[in-house]
Design a protein around this ligand. Structure first.
Ligand code: ADP
Ligand code: MG
Length: 402
């Protein structure tokens, strides 16, 4: 498979932005805990492009979504904490503009000083955003000269500021974050070093089933942990106790295992587990001697024998893609498998790429984030890109002749 990569897409470096009003779509969708930013990765990842535009004399109108507000009254989804943090990090004045659906920004732009930037309030406060509304896009297009998308984590969605707006704009391209994301992810698509292993875990099989389906022909093997492992184990007839199992996926998962094996690819599933009586109870935790789980217990992490198997496989890998923790790593007692896998990935000589919000958090918490080749800021977007899907937010930026 060949990636579409940046083919036909200009980057911010190719655009003339001096003195122009640049609309910069970012992914500033950070987790908020009681109004406080609990992880600012997405903000810091956005800084290079903002700084580039500032250094090159652009008038900058930034925009992002945050969470899933039902209406503009949902103030807990305000970008206000983000605006404050951006001001500090950029040492500049970030003016939060309350009504993204109006063209009132125009008057702000007139007197905009060098050290001032505009941030539109949460674009999802506007109903037209998720509807890919051309009307909403036209309002923004009426005051912008150049469109730049650096919201990798949102580029798989055909929303107004990702899709309808750049359709209307002539001068457009991607920012430095998307450029880096695509360059990194393309290492998994264009002749990946073999063996290529996908380490999958996390909470829901149904979320990831499409991933396995599409990755079946790309990778040489799967290492499966996390809650999704139990649905697969159940399909093989193993007792899984009270573990999270998606009953309506058991048959399908079983068929999928057969199809993977028919392709002569390996699938490693847990051979032992850390189990407990309830997900919040660390006192009753124990390690099972084998694959079976008792009726009154549930699996919360892969066991030590499984970890050894996974470590051995990872040591030989040429390319590793990791999405989904091996257990409930947020609870320290149940984090050993996830952190062990993080360490094994970090220490392998492979090209190693991590995707997914919780996986990125797990890599960070393990202390091994710095040894990864790349940690993607986009969960769903990176998965779709790696599967070979066309991302609406990127396709709309491709120019035919170049
Ligand atoms: P990502 O965000 O990296 O794509 P997911 O959202 O799919 O990952 O899954 C992460 C969540 O899965 C974590 O919050 C973790 O606690 C949970 N999880 C992992 N293993 C289990 C398990 N055995 N039982 C319940 N939840 C689990
Ligand atoms: Mg998640």
């Amino acid at each position: 498979m060949a990636s579409n990569g940046l083919k036909g897409i200009r980057t911010v470096r190719d655009l003339n932005v001096e003195g122009k009003t640049v609309f910069l779509r970012l992914d500033l969708n950070v987790p908020l805990d009681d109004g406080k930013i609990s992880d600012e990765t997405r903000i810091t990842a956005s800084l290079p492009t903002i700084r580039y535009l500032m250094d090159h004399g652009a008038k900058i109108v930034m925009a992002s979504h945050l969470g899933r507000p039902k209406s503009a009254e949902d103030r807990q989804f305000s970008l206000e904490p983000v605006a404050r943090r951006l001001s500090e990090l950029l040492d500049a004045e970030v003016m939060l503009f309350d009504d993204p659906a109006s063209d009132g920004v125009k008057s702000l732009l007139v007197g905009l000083k060098k050290n001032q930037l505009i941030l539109l309030e949460n674009v999802r406060f506007v109903p037209g955003e998720t509807k890919d509304s051309e009307e909403f896009a036209q309002v923004i297009a009426s005051y912008c000269d150049v469109y730049v998308n650096d919201a990798f984590g949102a580029s798989h969605r055909a929303h107004a500021t990702i899709h309808a707006l750049p359709k209307l704009m002539k001068e457009k391209g991607v920012g430095l974050l998307i450029e880096k994301e695509l360059t990194m992810l393309d290492q998994l698509i264009d002749n990946p070093k073999r063996p290529y292993l996908a380490v999958l875990g996390g909470a829901k099989v149904s979320d990831k089933i499409a991933v396995i389906e599409k990755f079946m022909d790309l990778v040489d093997g799967f290492l499966i942990g996390g809650a999704m492992a139990y649905t697969f184990l159940k399909s093989q007839g193993h007792p899984t106790g009270k573990s999270l199992v998606e009953a309506d996926r058991v048959r399908f998962s079983g068929e999928m295992l057969k199809r993977i094996e028919a392709r002569d690819k390996t699938v490693l599933l847990p051979i032992d587990h850390v189990v407990t009586k309830s997900i919040t109870d660390t006192k009753s935790m124990r390690t099972t001697p084998g694959v079976a789980i008792n009726d009154d217990e549930l699996g919360v992490d892969i066991g030590p024998k499984t970890l050894v198997q996974f470590e051995t496989a990872l040591r030989e890998a040429g390319t590793i893609f990791w999405n989904g923790p091996m257990g409930v790593f947020e609870t320290p007692e149940f984090s050993r498998g996830t952190f062990g896998v993080a360490k094994a990935i970090a220490e392998s000589q492979a090209v190693k790429i991590v995707g997914g919000g919780d996986s990125a958090a797990a890599a960070e918490a393990s202390g091994h984030a710095g040894q990864m080749t790349h940690i993607s800021t986009g969960g769903g977007a990176s998965l779709e890109y790696l599967q070979g899907d066309k991302l609406p937010g990127l396709e709309v930026l491709r120019q035919r002749s170049r």
